[in-house]
Design a binder for this molecule. Structure first.
Ligand code: GCB
Length: 862
């Protein structure tokens, strides 16, 4: 395959060589999941190594429970490539788009170079290391990769997974000895800017470096041609140069000005192309193609953002690049699907948090029309020593030089929430860490200056968490844009505090441009409720939170823009919540299924006519007989009408966040829900089949004999387990019915990762200090199941309780920590007879500390 490709590509029809050849080397690598001595040597035996293709990561399936289950260590990759004498006299380079995180690269057993940092590309010159025979000759590329935490390389602490591997494309590139510079921080070697643009004229500046790696002087013409989207030439510039052997030539040229340029914008992402050529004796000896977009933009502290002279509210989101079963090793198709999901939701802006992403992502942003903020992975805290600063600066240079030519990019970020933790990776008390904070400030100035020096045409920023510390210590004044991550209504407080909090910042710092770089709430489609509450992880609460932020941001005209945290659920090691090791603030699940909130934004931000019935994943619900159920619909139409089982519930108009609410009567079994309205293009509708279980208050109701009741104890939400059984929301006991007695609903600390269970949502909430649980069931035989978990890090001997049922002590001296350990899910089942009309009464008696219960299920048994 390789030979076939090469002979076809390398030699053109006229028999002339291509000016520059680039081919991927993604397939047929050998992989070893450990360190090995001399694995770089061609003779080392890799026959027993695993065969893999790139993109690849060794952490794709890791559960990230703790350090033992996520492998952060050394691995080896080896790949044989065939080269022949057609490359004689050429330069040969090896380019990796991304390998996490320290790569030592060898060619034919000889060290070719090292790269630090997992999110930027790097290129090594391997010309002197390759063997070129008369016939195709084997050359061995060996890469030792280490993804262990390194105290000198950002990120230090992260809150997202560190996927080791060569997880982006790898390439070989062959050029003439005279070529656009290949070894400038992984950049293309040509940098295009548009210093002056308006709708009548545009200037194009092209700068860069040409390297002469030859032993003789070279004379050549440099030509840059600008083509429009139809490949028609619209501008050019050329110049003749001479460059001495072994020397470099720095150039900066202005192409002829363009009249009436087509402008680039999210609505119309019109792309030109710049072809840069080196020509010698009439022959093109090097050629590069780069994107070009004409747009101008500015940020203003009072008016927000404007693009091409018009105000544009930046409606954005953030993207983590990992995905279920793939880790960070995504294909071009995966990137396309992701960016399309973002565009279709109506976004015109994307923050690539917290690290530079694949070249493909930037290309797609140019093409689809998504404005970009890209940043380096300096997250939560820093190691304030020169080596860390040096590595961070290099990352900034790599990020900016590699992506400089993308018209979509408007902002470069240098750090995120850097005052969150101290240098010892502990939550910081800023006042008590003055020396550290002052160093951080000094480093922040240096990194921000690096950004500005590298690229005077874009804006610099830093994402900060809420509070006054960044203002007090002067950090918020360092970058050109002050960006804030705000979680009122999730981690604390209420969503309604968003506008007052940011209004206050605006009043205090009237000259600062304010941007919201993160806001979000988590949702897991297995928990649903009619009564959403903060931190319940229901889609219903996530929607309420975002509805509130959406309506507030519409009234903040000074705000430059906002970015949702996050477009996609992502892996977050060592956190609990309802799902272990996940951050579920996504608009879309980890396996890329849009959640309800996605459609909330779509209705508000995308004009394409749509109707969407929300709580869509809650397709199996339960409700008390006689109660009504809530159906919510998002739509951007003028009016939508709802039918349930053929009965009309009338038409409604969407409110200020494009929502309508109906209270409807559902039948036991399948219900047919239909919402529809008219758009200029015709009828638009959405349809949902919803399964409904009816239960009665009176558990002795003979019309509906008791068969089973399960309760998600301590929770306001119903939990649908893997076998499609509903665990009802909890409630206080009522005579004749069921419920808890005493105590108060509580939830596990977010850090508690639950072990031994697939029912993680069930164990997330519990009733603290519970005294009893009652089911007023008729006499008979039952199976009772109780679920427990040590709710927090309560040591052994501090919480001991006993459980009796109808007078029989079933559990004595239950000490969850001592007997099972922290965070371990415990389920206990009992067969019990109920007689004399007493119903079933569970009594919890605390011997030490408080009794707890996470779930309870009662089943009629034989
Ligand atoms: C933040 C961080 C981000 C976290 C997010 C969260 O402020 O910048 O890395 O993932 O909060 O969900 O807590």
């Amino acid at each position: 395959m390789y030979l076939f490709l090469l002979s076809n590509v390398y030699t053109s029809a006229s028999g002339q060589q291509q000016p520059r050849l680039q081919w991927s080397i993604n397939d047929s690598w050998k992989y070893l999941s450990q360190g090995a001595d001399f694995a770089q040597r061609p003779k080392a035996d890799d026959s027993k190594w695993q065969s893999v293709n790139i993109p690849h990561t060794w952490n794709a399936k890791d559960p990230f429970d703790d350090d033992e289950t996520s492998r952060r260590d050394i691995s080896w990759y080896r790949k044989k490539v065939m080269l022949d004498k057609r490359f004689q006299g050429k330069k040969i380079y090896l380019n990796f788009e991304g390998a996490y995180q320290v790569a030592d690269v060898y060619v034919n057993g000889v060290f070719a170079g090292q790269h630090k940092g997992g999110y930027t590309a790097f290129t090594f010159d391997i010309t002197h290391l390759v063997k070129l025979g008369d016939t195709p000759t084997e050359n061995l590329i060996a890469v030792q990769l280490n993804n262990a935490q390194d105290n000198f390389i950002p990120p230090l602490s992260i809150g997202y997974a560190s996927y080791g591997g060569i997880y982006r494309d790898a390439w070989l590139i062959s050029t003439n000895k005279l070529h656009f510079k290949m070894l400038d921080h992984g950049s293309p070697g040509v940098f295009i800017s548009t210093p002056k643009v308006d709708s009548s004229r545009a200037s194009v500046n092209i700068k860069g470096i040409v390297s002469n790696d030859d032993s003789i002087e070279r004379k050549f013409e440099m030509l840059h041609v600008v083509y429009d989207a139809r490949q028609k030439e619209v501008a050019r510039v050329s110049k003749n140069y001479t460059v001495a052997p072994g020397k470099e030539l720095v150039f900066a040229l202005d192409a002829s000005a363009l009249k009436n340029p087509e402008l680039w914008s999210p609505d119309k992402p019109y792309l030109y192309t710049v072809k840069s050529r080196l020509i010698e004796s009439g022959q093109v000896i090097d050629e590069l193609s780069n994107p070009l977009g004409f747009r101008w933009f500015s940020f203003d502290a009072n008016k927000g953002f404007s693009l091409n002279g018009k105000k544009l509210v930046l409606k954005g989101t953030n993207r983590h690049q990992d995905m279920k079963d793939h880790g960070d090793a995504l294909s071009a198709e995966d990137h396309y699907r992701d960016l399309k999901l973002i565009k279709d939701m109506g976004c015109n802006f994307l923050r690539l948090a917290h690290y530079p992403q694949a070249p493909e992502v930037l290309k797609l942003a140019d093409k689809l029309g998504i404005l970009i903020w890209e940043e380096i992975p300096l997250v939560n805290y820093m190691n304030p020593v020169p080596e860390f600063l040096k590595n961070s600066k290099t990352m900034i240079k790599e990020m900016i030089r590699q992506n400089y030519n993308h018209p979509s990019v408007i902002i470069w970020g240098s750090m995120n929430e850097v005052l969150l933790w101290s240098e010892k990776a502990e939550r910081i008390q800023v006042q008590e860490n003055a020396a550290y904070v002052n160093k951080v400030k000094m480093y922040a100035v240096k990194l921000d200056s690096t950004v500005r020096a590298e690229d005077p045409y874009r804006y610099s920023t830093m994402a900060m968490h809420m509070g006054d510390d960044y203002d007090k210590y002067g950090l918020s004044d360092i970058p050109q844009l002050a960006s804030y991550n705000i979680y009122n209504g999730w981690y604390s407080g209420k969503s309604e505090e968003f506008k007052p909090t940011i209004d206050n910042k605006h009043r205090q710092n009237p000259r600062q441009v304010l941007f919201i770089s993160e806001y979000g709430a988590e949702a897991d489609n297995r928990v649903n409720t009619e009564k959403p509450q903060r931190f319940d992880f229901t889609g219903q609460y996530q929607r309420l939170y975002h509805e509130s932020y959406l309506s507030q941001m519409k009234q903040m005209p000074y705000l430059a823009g906002t970015a949702i945290w996050n477009q996609f659920d992502f892996s977050q090691p060592n956190v609990g919540g309802v799902s272990n090791n996940m951050n579920q603030k996504g608009m879309v699940t980890w396996d890329r299924k849009p959640k309800d909130s996605y459609y909330l934004y779509k209705a508000n931000w995308n004009a394409e006519p749509m109707v969407y019935i929300a709580s869509r994943d809650w397709t199996h619900r339960a409700g008390l007989s006689g109660s009504t159920a809530t159906i919510e619909v998002y739509s951007n139409l003028d009016e939508v009408s709802l039918m349930v089982n053929g009965v009309s519930y009338g038409a409604k108009q969407p409110d200020h966040v494009k929502k309508m609410i109906w209270k409807v009567k559902l039948n036991e079994g399948v219900n047919d829900i239909d919402a529809r309205g008219k758009s200029a293009k015709g009828l638009v509708n959405d349809h949902l089949n919803l399964n409904y279980d009816v239960y009665t208050e009176n558990l002795k109701n003979t019309a509906l004999p008791f068969s089973q009741l399960a309760v998600n104890v301590g929770s306001n939400a119903q939990y649908l387990d893997n076998s499609d059984h509903i665990w009802l929301e909890d409630r206080p006991y009522k005579t004749g019915s069921f419920g808890y007695i005493g105590g108060s609903p509580a939830m596990l600390n977010i850090k508690t990762v639950k072990k031994n269970t697939n029912d993680s949502p069930l164990f997330y909430t519990y009733q603290d200090d519970i005294k009893g649980y009652r089911f007023d069931v008729p006499d008979g035989r039952y199976e009772l199941e109780m679920c427990f978990i040590e709710s927090d890090k309560i040591p052994a001997n501090e919480r001991i309780f006993e459980v009796s049922v109808n007078g029989d002590k079933l559990i004595e001296n239950l000490d969850l920590t001592a007997q099972y350990g922290f965070g371990v899910a415990v389920r206990k089942k009992y067969r019990i007879s109920v007689s004399n009309g007493t119903g079933l009464q569970v009594i919890f008696k605390a011997i030490k500390g408080k009794a707890v219960l996470s779930g309870i299920k009662l089943k009629a048994a034989l």
